[in-house]
Write a protein that binds this ligand. Structure first.
Ligand SMILES: *[C@@H]1O[C@H](CO)[C@@H](O)[C@H](O)[C@H]1NC(C)=O
Ligand SMILES: *[C@@H]1O[C@H](CO)[C@@H](O)[C@H](O)[C@H]1NC(C)=O
Ligand SMILES: *[C@@H]1O[C@H](CO)[C@@H](O)[C@H](O)[C@H]1NC(C)=O
Ligand SMILES: *[C@@H]1O[C@H](CO)[C@@H](O)[C@H](O)[C@H]1NC(C)=O
Ligand SMILES: *[C@@H]1O[C@H](CO)[C@@H](O)[C@H](O)[C@H]1NC(C)=O
Ligand SMILES: *[C@@H]1O[C@H](CO)[C@@H](O)[C@H](O)[C@H]1NC(C)=O
Ligand SMILES: *[C@@H]1O[C@H](CO)[C@@H](O)[C@H](O)[C@H]1NC(C)=O
Ligand SMILES: *[C@@H]1O[C@H](CO)[C@@H](O)[C@H](O)[C@H]1NC(C)=O
Length: 909
C-alpha cells in the first residue's frame, strides 16, 4: 500500500491530487529540477591526489596491491583514508571481482548474512573472458573483454577518492551506451545517459516519481554493446549513494559512483549474451526462489475493505461475475488499531476471519494479510511486551527503545540483527497464523519497511505526534455486522442478521532491558556525521533521517542504520520468509515486500509500490517489470493493476487487466480513498478480465516452466526484446513491449484512451496468438487500429513450442486438471523447440518432477526428458490431448492424442 491522506498531508505535504504526467509514447526525460548540481564540488575534487599502487602481488588467479594516498589529503567531504588495499580475483572464467577497501578494515562492508558472497572458483586469469589491467601511478584500472579488446570499465576517467564519508569512482563509457538496471526507479528501461542521476536510498515514495530514489536498492547495471557483447557491473555497497551518468564538457561519457560510506566492491560479469549476464548476476546475488503455482493466479486487494463481510462480498462478487479469483488480500484494515498480529474485534472478529479463511480454502482460494515493521509501544500489547522482554527493538544510546510513528501510532522497530528477533517474529507469526487459534494465512505482505517513519525529522516527538495527529484514528463508526445483502458461498455468520465475535488481548508491561553495543571489524567507522554528511545524496524525502529510522541508530551488532538502512526492509522480508518456513517447513513461502535490496529475489517477491491510476503508470509497469525480472533477478513482480492512488476508469482498468495478465505477479489493488476498482464493476472491464485470466491460466504451465528455469539458470522469464534479438539495434530501447517467457511477444496499446498501437516486429517469423495467422516480421514497426478494450496484440515467435491447458478454470487447482495441448510454431527454418516443467506446485521438496523438451524437426514432434511427475492425488492431468502445428500448407494442423506424459512420445504430421 499506500499513502493515505494522513501520510500525504501530515508527512510529506503533497497535494492529494498528484500531477498527472503528460501522455507520451517515449519515456519521460529527467526533470532537471530533480537533479541539483551534481558537480558543485567537481573542481575541488579534481585536486584530490588519488592513489598509487605498490607491492603488487600476482598469482594465477589473483592480484593484490597496496594503495596509498598519492599526495596531500584533499579532505573534500570528510577525511581521506591513506592506506587502502586492492584485491582482484578471477573468480570464474566469466566473473571478475575487484575490491578496494581500507587496510584497517574498519570501513563498513555489507553483512555476509545479508548478501552471502559467491564462491570464488579461482579461475586461471589466462582463461578468463575479462582481463584486469592495472595502472600503478596514478592508480587506475581497466576491465577488458579479452576476445575483442573492448574496454568495459576504465577508472582513469577521474582520480579515486576514498574518504571516511565519501567515495568516488568514475568509469569511462562509450558514447550513448545502452545501460539498464540501477533500480529501483520508474524511469526509462534503457537509462538516460546525459545529466542523469540514480539515487540509492530506500524510501516510501508515493506515486513512484521519476528520477527519484524509490523503495529498493539494486546497484547493478547491464551494458549492451550489440554484437560486441553484453556485460554487467555490480557494486556491492549498501550505503546511500548517487550514481551520476553524464558527459564531460569535452563530450566523454562516464558513469560515476558517489557513496557516503562503504567500500568499492565490484563484480564484473562477462556475458556475453544478455541472458548470460542475468545468469552470472544470479550466481552472485542468488537465484530466485521457486514460488507456488497458485501465486500466478489472480489476486485482489484494496485498502479500505471496511469489514470482513465486505471482504467476503468481494470474493462472492467475483464468483458471481465468473471472474476467477485465486487470492484475496486484506490491507491494514483488519488490524485492531493498526497493530500487527491483532484483528479488529468489531470489523474483523477473529472467529469470522477464521470462517472466511476456511471458506476460501474449501473453494481452493487463498488469503494474504499485511504486516508493518512498526510495533505499537503500548503496555498491554503482547507482541510489544514479548519484544521488550526479548530485547529485540532498536535502541537509543541510553538503552531505551527508539520510537517512531507508523500506522499504529508511536512504535518501536525490530532490530533484525538482535539475537532474539528472528525467534520473536517467528513466534508471533506462528501464533497469529495458527490454523486452530489464529488466521491460517497462505502468504504475508510486508509493507512500510524502508522503513517508513511518519516522523518528519530528528526533532520529532513520536508520542506527541501520534497523539496530536490521532494516529491511529479512533474508530468512529459503529460495527457493521454485515452488508445487509446475502453473500453467496459464505457461512451463516456472513449473512444478514448475524453478528461477529470479539477478540480481546490484555497483558502486563515489563521493564526495559539495556542493550550492549559493539564496534568491530568492517562494522563501520565510529564518530561519523550521521545526519548530514557533507556530501549529500539526493534523497527526495529530504535528509537521511527524514521519514525513516534515524541513521545514527545503532543495530545490535554495533553497525549503524546509516550503513544498513538500505537493507532494513530486505531483512524484515527475509525474517518473515524464515518464519513462514518454520511454520510450514515443507511449503514454499510467499512473502511480498515493498522494500528490497540486491539479492532479495532469492526469497521474496515485490510489487512496484504505490503507483497511481494513470496511463503513464500503466506504461511504467512494463519498464519496471523488464528491469526487475531481467536485471535485478526478482521474477515474481508486478504493479498494482488499475493503479493504486487516485481513481481509475473503465478504459484504463480494462487495458490494465489485460496488461497485468502477462506480467508475473497479477494483483488489483487500490488506495482507501480511490473508487472501488474490482474487475466486476464495469462490464467491459469484466469482459477484459475474463479473457485476460482465461488466457493467462491456459498459459500457466508455460510461464511456471519459465520461472523454474529462471530459478535454476538465472535466464529471465520475461525477456526484453534485445535479449532475443541482441544484434538488432532497433530493440535496444524498446520498453513497452516484452516477451512473456521466450515465445510470446506482448504489444499492448500504450497511448492514453487510444485503440491504436504501433509495435515493433523483429525480422523473424511470428504467428498471431489469437488467430494463429503466420506473419513475417520485417524489422519494422507495425501499426494496428481498432484494438478494442478487450484485445491485446500477442505474437508467438516462430521456432517455439508452447504447452498450454486446453481449458481454463476458476482456480489454479482446477486448472491443473485440464488436459495439456502442445502448440508447435515453426520458425523460418521449419523447426521449433520448447519446454515443460511439471511438479506438484507448492512443496519445496519435489521428488517427482518432469522436465520435458519438445523438438519439432519440420515433420515430427519429439518429447524427451524426465517424466517423474505423475499427476499427484489432486486429479491433475498429465495428458497431452492434442498437438497443433502452425504455419503448414493448410494453415494449422491438429494431431489428436492422447499421450500420457509418463514417458516420451513422438508424432508426425
Ligand atoms: C552534465 O555535464 C555537463 C557538462 O559536461 C554539465 O553542464 C551538466 O550540468 C551536467 N548535468 C547535470 C544534470 O548536472
Ligand atoms: C457486490 O455486488 C453487489 C451486487 O451487484 C453490489 O451491490 C455490491 O456493492 C458489491 N460489493 C462489493 C464489495 O463490491
Ligand atoms: C469453481 O467451480 C466449481 C465447480 O464449477 C465450484 O464448485 C467452486 O465453488 C468454484 N470456485 C470458485 C472459487 O468460484
Ligand atoms: C541518535 O540521535 C537522536 C537524536 O539526536 C538521539 O536521541 C539518539 O540517542 C541517538 N542514538 C544513538 C544510538 O546515538
Ligand atoms: C490496552 O489498554 C488500553 C487502555 O486500558 C485499552 O484502551 C486498549 O484497548 C488495550 N489494548 C489491548 C490490545 O488490549
Ligand atoms: C572502534 O574502532 C575504532 C577504530 O576504528 C577505535 O578507535 C575505537 O576505540 C573502537 N571502539 C570500541 C568501543 O571498541
Ligand atoms: C517505431 O516507432 C517508435 C515510436 O514512434 C519509434 O520511436 C521507433 O524508432 C520506430 N522504430 C522503427 C524501427 O522504425
Ligand atoms: C472495428 O472492429 C469491429 C469489430 O471487429 C468492427 O465491427 C468494426 O467495423 C471495426 N471498425 C473499423 C473502423 O475497422
Amino acid at each position: 500500500m499506500r499513502v493515505s491522506l494522513l501520510a500525504v498531508v501530515s508527512c510529506i505535504g503533497l497535494a492529494s491530487a498528484a500531477p498527472r504526467p503528460s501522455p507520451q509514447w517515449s519515456d519521460p526525460p529527467p526533470d532537471p529540477a530533480n537533479v541539483p548540481q551534481f558537480f558543485a564540488a567537481e573542481t575541488a575534487l579534481n585536486e584530490c591526489p588519488g592513489y598509487s599502487a605498490s607491492n603488487v602481488v600476482k598469482t594465477d588467479s589473483t592480484l593484490a596491491a597496496d594503495l596509498t594516498l598519492a599526495g596531500v589529503a584533499c579532505n573534500q567531504y570528510s577525511d581521506d583514508i591513506r592506506d587502502l588495499k586492492l584485491l582482484v580475483e578471477y573468480q570464474t572464467d566469466k566473473r571478475l571481482h575487484v575490491k578496494i577497501y581500507d587496510a584497517a578494515l574498519n570501513v563498513f562492508q555489507v553483512h555476509e548474512q545479508v548478501l552471502p558472497r559467491p564462491e570464488n572458483e579461482n579461475a586461471p586469469s589466462s582463461a578468463a573472458a575479462l582481463q584486469f589491467d592495472l595502472v600503478e601511478k596514478p592508480f587506475s584500472f581497466t576491465v577488458r573483454r579479452k576476445e575483442n579488446d573492448e574496454i568495459l570499465f576504465d577508472t582513469s576517467a577521474a582520480q579515486l577518492v576514498f574518504e571516511t564519508q565519501y567515495v568516488r569512482l568514475r568509469t569511462r563509457l562509450p558514447k550513448d551506451p545502452n545501460l539498464y538496471g540501477l533500480g529501483e526507479h520508474s524511469d526509462s528501461f534503457r537509462l538516460h545517459t546525459q545529466g542523469y542521476q540514480r539515487v540509492m536510498y530506500n524510501s516510501e515514495s508515493p506515486n513512484i516519481p521519476n528520477g527519484k530514489n524509490l523503495y529498493g536498492t539494486h546497484p547493478v547495471y547491464f551494458e549492451h554493446r550489440g554484437d560486441k557483447g553484453t556485460h554487467g557491473v555490480f557494486l556491492l555497497n549498501s550505503d546511500p549513494m548517487n550514481i551520476n551518468i553524464n558527459q564531460t564538457e569535452a563530450g566523454d561519457q562516464y558513469l560515476e559512483y558517489n557513496t557516503i560510506g562503504g567500500v568499492v566492491d565490484l563484480y564484473f560479469m562477462a556475458g556475453k549474451q544478455p541472458a548470460e549476464v542475468s545468469s552470472q548476476y544470479a550466481e552472485i546475488v542468488g537465484f530466485s526462489a521457486m514460488y507456488p503455482y497458485w501465486t500466478f493466479g489472480f489476486h485482489q486487494c484494496k485498502y479500505g475493505y471496511y469489514d470482513i463481510n465486505m471482504v467476503a462480498e468481494v470474493v462472492a462478487n467475483y464468483s458471481t461475475a465468473n471472474i476467477p479469483l485465486e487470492v484475496m488480500w486484506t490491507d491494514i484494515d483488519y488490524m485492531n488499531l493498526r497493530m500487527d498480529f491483532t484483528t479488529d474485534p468489531n470489523h474483523f472478529p477473529l472467529k469470522k476471519v477464521q470462517e472466511l479463511v476456511r471458506t476460501l480454502h474449501s473453494r481452493k482460494q487463498r488469503y494474504v494479510l499485511i504486516l508493518d515493521p512498526g510495533v505499537k509501544a503500548v503496555g498491554n500489547y503482547s507482541t510489544y511486551e514479548k519484544g521488550v522482554e526479548q530485547n529485540v527493538f532498536l535502541k537509543h544510546e541510553d538503552g531505551t527503545d527508539y520510537l517512531g510513528v507508523q500506522w499504529a501510532g508511536a512504535v518501536v522497530w525490530p532490530d533484525w540483527f538482535a539475537p532474539n528477533t528472528q525467534k520473536w517474529w517467528q513466534d508471533e507469526i506462528a501464533s497469529f497464523m495458527d490454523p486452530e487459534t489464529g488466521v491460517d494465512l497462505d502468504g504475508i505482505w510486508v509493507d512500510m519497511n524502508e522503513a517508513s517513519n511518519f516522523c518528519q525529522d530528528i526533532t520529532c516527538n513520536p508520542r506527541k505526534k501520534a497523539e496530536d495527529e490521532k494516529i491511529p484514528p479512533v474508530p468512529t463508526e459503529s460495527p457493521r455486522p454485515n452488508t445487509g445483502r446475502p453473500i453467496p458461498g459464505f457461512p451463516e455468520s456472513f449473512q444478514p442478521g448475524s453478528s461477529g465475535t470479539k477478540m480481546v488481548k490484555a497483558r502486563k508491561s515489563e521493564p526495559l532491558h539495556r542493550r550492549q553495543s559493539s564496534n568491530g571489524t568492517m562494522k563501520g567507522l565510529p564518530d561519523r556525521e550521521w545526519f548530514e554528511p557533507k556530501y549529500a545524496i539526493n534523497n527526495h524525502r529530504g535528509k537521511l533521517s527524514d521519514f525513516t529510522i534515524y541513521t545514527n541508530t545503532s543495530n545490535y551488532d554495533g553497525t549503524r542504520q546509516y550503513d544498513t538502512h538500505n537493507y532494513y526492509g530486505h531483512m524484515m522480508a527475509f525474517a518473515t520468509h524464515s518464519a513462514m518456513l518454520a511454520r510450514r517447513p515443507e511449503v514454499r513461502p510467499f512473502v511480498l515486500s515493498r522494500s528490497t535490496f540486491a539479492g532479495s529475489g532469492r526469497k521474496v517477491t515485490h510489487w512496484f509500490g504505490d503507483n497511481e491510476s494513470s496511463w503513464e503508470h500503466y506504461r511504467t509497469s512494463i519498464r519496471q517489470m523488464l528491469a526487475w525480472v531481467a536485471v535485478h533477478q526478482m521474477p515474481m513482480v508486478g504493479s498494482d493493476v488499475c493503479g493504486f492512488n487516485a481513481n481509475t476508469d473503465e478504459k484504463l482498468c480494462a487495458r490494465w487487466a489485460l496488461l497485468g495478465a502477462f506480467q508475473p505477479f497479477y494483483r488489483n489493488h487500490a488506495e482507501e480513498s480511490a473508487i472501488p476498482q474490482e474487475f466486476y464493476l464495469w462490464p467491459v472491464v469484466a469482459d477484459a478480465a475474463r479473457k485476460a485470466i482465461d488466457t493467462r491460466y491456459k498459459l500457466m504451465d508455460y510461464i511456471y516452466t519459465a520461472l523454474y528455469y529462471q530459478t535454476t539458470t538465472g535466464v529471465p522469464m520475461i525477456n526484453p526484446l534485445f535479449y532475443l534479438y541482441p544484434s538488432d539495434a532497433n530493440t535496444f530501447g524498446i520498453q513497452h513491449q516484452w516477451f512473456y517467457g521466450d515465445a510470446l511477444l506482448i504489444s499492448p496499446v500504450t497511448t492514453d484512451y487510444s485503440d491504436t498501437v504501433t509495435y515493433y516486429l523483429p525480422k523473424d517469423i511470428f504467428y498471431d496468438y489469437w488467430t494463429h495467422e503466420r506473419i513475417e516480421g520485417h524489422g519494422a514497426n507495425v501499426t494496428v487500429s481498432n484494438v478494442t478494450l478487450t484485445d491485446i496484440p500477442v505474437h508467438i515467435r516462430g521456432g517455439t513450442i508452447i504447452p498450454f491447458r486446453a481449458n481454463s478454470a476458476n482456480t489454479t487447482t482446477d486448472l491443473r486438471k485440464q488436459d495439456i495441448w502442445v502448440l508447435v510454431c515453426p520458425g523460418a527454418d521449419g523447426t521449433a523447440k520448447g519446454r515443460l516443467y511439471l511438479d506438484e506446485g507448492e512443496r519445496i521438496e519435489q521428488p517427482n518432477v518432469s522436465e520435458i523438451e519438445f523438438t519439432w524437426d519440420g515433420n515430427k514432434l519429439n518429447t524427451l526428458g524426465s517424466f517423474g511427475f505423475q499427476g499427484g492425488n489432486g486429479g491433475e492431468s498429465i495428458t497431452v490431448a492434442n498437438v497443433q502445428v502452425l504455419g503448414q500448407k493448410m494453415g494449422k494442423r491438429d494431431i489428436k492424442g492422447p499421450w500420457k506424459l509418463t514417458e516420451g512420445f513422438s508424432v508426425s504430421l
